[in-house]
Structure formats: C-alpha cells, structure tokens
Design a protein around this ligand. Structure first.
Ligand SMILES: NC(=O)c1ccc[n+]([C@@H]2O[C@H](COP(=O)([O-])OP(=O)(O)OC[C@H]3O[C@@H](n4cnc5c(N)ncnc54)[C@H](O)[C@@H]3O)[C@@H](O)[C@H]2O)c1
Ligand SMILES: [Zn+2]
Length: 301
C-alpha cells in the first residue's frame, strides 16, 4: 500500500492534482486490480473518487470520511468530481464506493466551525424528509457543538439517520433525474452565496443561508405552509449557523452568481422547495419548482 497525499483545501480539488495522483499510481505500477481508499474530508473523497472512477476505466473506492459533512453527505451517493476555473464539480463521474467506513471518534479533532457546517446538511435532511429528525438535531445541536462537547460517539445516531435519509433518496434516483434533486434544497442560493463570498464562507454556512432564504421564497410564492421558514431558521440558529446574507452583500449579486451556476435559467430558476417540514414540493414537476427572478428579488431584498 502507498500513501498519496494532497494539501488541504478546495483549491486542490482540480484536474492538475488528479493528473499528479494518477501519474504517481502509474509510476508505481498499479493496474486494474488496485483499489483507492479515500481518507479525509469531502475534498479528498471527491478527488480520490474521481481518480478511482477514471484510473484504468474504474477501480474500486472505499470512502473513509473524516469530517461530519463527508460522513453524512459527500461519501454517500457516488458523486465524484473536480473543480474547474468555470465552477465547482464541473468534471466528474458517478462512481459508488464499495464500502464507506465511519469512525465518529475522528470528529474529536475536527475544528468546531467545520463540525457546525456539517450540521447544515443534517438539518437539511430533516427539512426534506423527516420532521422529528429536524427537531431532534436542532435540540441536540447546542450540546454537541459546545466547545467541551463530546463529539465522538454521541454523534452516532445523527450520522446514522442522515445517511439513511440520503441513501434512501439516492437509491430511488441515483442519476438525479428527479427525486434526488430535493437534496439540492438550500444549494441554489447557497452555491451563489458561497461563490460571492470568495469561499470565505464554508459550504455548510452558505447552504444554511440558502436554506433560510429558499424556505422564505417557498412561503412567499404561496407554496410552503406558513411557519415553515421560521422553523427552518430557528433550527439553523440553534446550531449557530447563519440565516441571512452577509452584511453588505446584495441580492442582485446573488442572482448574478446564480446565472453562472449550472442550475441557472434565463429569467427563471428552478428550486427544490419545501411544502412543509418533512415534505418537498414538485412531485409532478420533477421535484423542482420554477420561480421568476422578480419573486426571488422580493425575498432577497
Ligand atoms: N460528492 C458529494 O455528493 C458531495 C456532497 C457534499 C459536499 N461535497 C464536497 O465536499 C467538499 C467539502 O468537504 P468538507 O466539508 O469535508 O471539507 P474539506 O474536505 O475541505 O475538510 C475541511 C477541513 O477539515 C480538515 N479535516 C478533515 N478531517 C479532519 C479531522 N478529523 N480532524 C481535523 N481536521 C480535519 C481538512 O484537512 C480540511 O482542512 C466540497 O468540495 C464539496 O463539493 C461533495
Ligand atoms: Zn451540500
């Protein structure tokens, strides 16, 4: 076994690093009987996954995620990718792991801010599929996120339930032609906010803002049950996550950034939006709902 390493950070999830890793594997003489073990956060998982998907036309990958976000989200579902100058995750492949190994004890060393960001995706799982789970995670968040919090095994039930929700959705729509798009809740605005922050916001923080604003949007257009947005915001706040655009950022910039994202459409954008906590809209329209820029502007103002 050889250990290949990369420097930390999203800026290394690139084709250049993919090329270096595959060249190193070729130089070491690995063939089709090799396998990749991805040990790290979502950056390592996505990159090593893409290496495994493409090396010798595909070799097995075992994911060993070490961040909460990677445990409950990135390592599950078989999406692998690298970023390009035109945007995130634009070159990639579906390549399901042979196994995912999770040891919650490794979260003991994860910086609190990274742990908190992972909670955004757990809360998302509650909003899209399981109302009791949303209240459960929001209720446990302050203790689990306290500086002296017991982060290891006490995270176990949260990790298990989030994986069940994501894996169930992925199993029903692996290639994201319909249902799987509900996992993008919070991500249409979230990706735009992440981009305009120059990646100073963590993915989970940007998604938290996206979830709060997209819930407001769902109520604003008369889709979501009244009170949905308030419940989403208070759950995010219980985990210490942001729920509004960073001060000084403007709604027009968000709409502009959405244009450059792959989900953008001219004058209208499709969103995965809640009907109420635990149920998503759009069953008859492919699990997304078309919203005009004007309606979006009213919410972002
Ligand atoms: N494939 C998917 O379905 C999917 C889903 C969600 C996110 N992602 C991708 O995941 C990436 C984000 O992943 P992330 O949030 O895990 O960030 P990350 O991989 O950048 O890790 C965050 C930081 O924590 C450090 N770290 C990791 N584990 C640690 C530990 N146990 N103790 C101490 N430090 C540790 C890392 O070195 C890094 O500095 C993004 O590239 C995103 O696009 C993919
Ligand atoms: Zn996400």
């Amino acid at each position: 076994m050889d250990i290949l390493t990369i420097p930390a950070g999203e800026s290394n999830k690139t084709r250049e690093v993919w090329a270096r890793l595959t060249d190193e594997m070729l130089a070491k003489g690995y063939g089709r009987d090799a396998a990749v073990i991805a040990l790290g956060g979502g950056v390592v998982g996505d990159l090593a996954g893409f290496v495994a998907a493409t090396f010798m036309r595909g070799i097995p990958i075992i994911q060993v995620p070490t961040t909460l976000l990677a445990m409950i989200d990135a390592s599950i579902g078989g999406k692998t990718a690298v970023d390009t100058p035109a945007g995130k995750n634009l070159v990639g492949a579906f390549h399901s792991p042979t196994a995912v190994l999770i040891d919650p004890q490794v979260l003991m060393t994860l910086p609190l801010r990274e742990l908190r960001a992972g909670f955004a995706e757990a809360l998302k799982h509650g909003v899209i599929a399981d109302e009791p789970y949303l209240s459960d995670v929001a209720g446990k968040a302050p203790a689990l996120l306290s500086t002296d919090g017991q982060r290891g095994d006490s995270m176990f039930s949260l990790i298990v339930r989030s994986i069940e929700i994501k894996a169930d959705i992925v199993a029903r729509d692996e290639r994201e032609v319909g249902l799987r798009q509900i996992l993008n809740f919070g991500h249409t605005i979230g990706h735009a906010v992440e981009l305009i922050s120059g990646y100073s916001l963590l993915h989970g923080e940007a998604v938290a803002i996206g979830m709060a604003l997209e819930s407001e949007l769902a109520e604003h257009i008369g889709l979501a049950q009244t009170g949905t947005a308030a419940t989403v915001s208070s759950a995010l706040q219980a985990a210490g996550l942001p729920t509004a655009l960073p001060s000084g950022s403007d709604g027009e910039a968000v709409i502009e950034a959405m244009r450059s994202d792959k989900k953008g459409r001219s004058g209208r954008t499709r969103f995965a939006l809640p009907l109420r906590i635990g149920a998503m809209a759009g069953e008859d329209t492919g699990w997304t709902v078309s919203v005009s820029d004007d309606q979006l502007r009213e919410v972002l103002a």
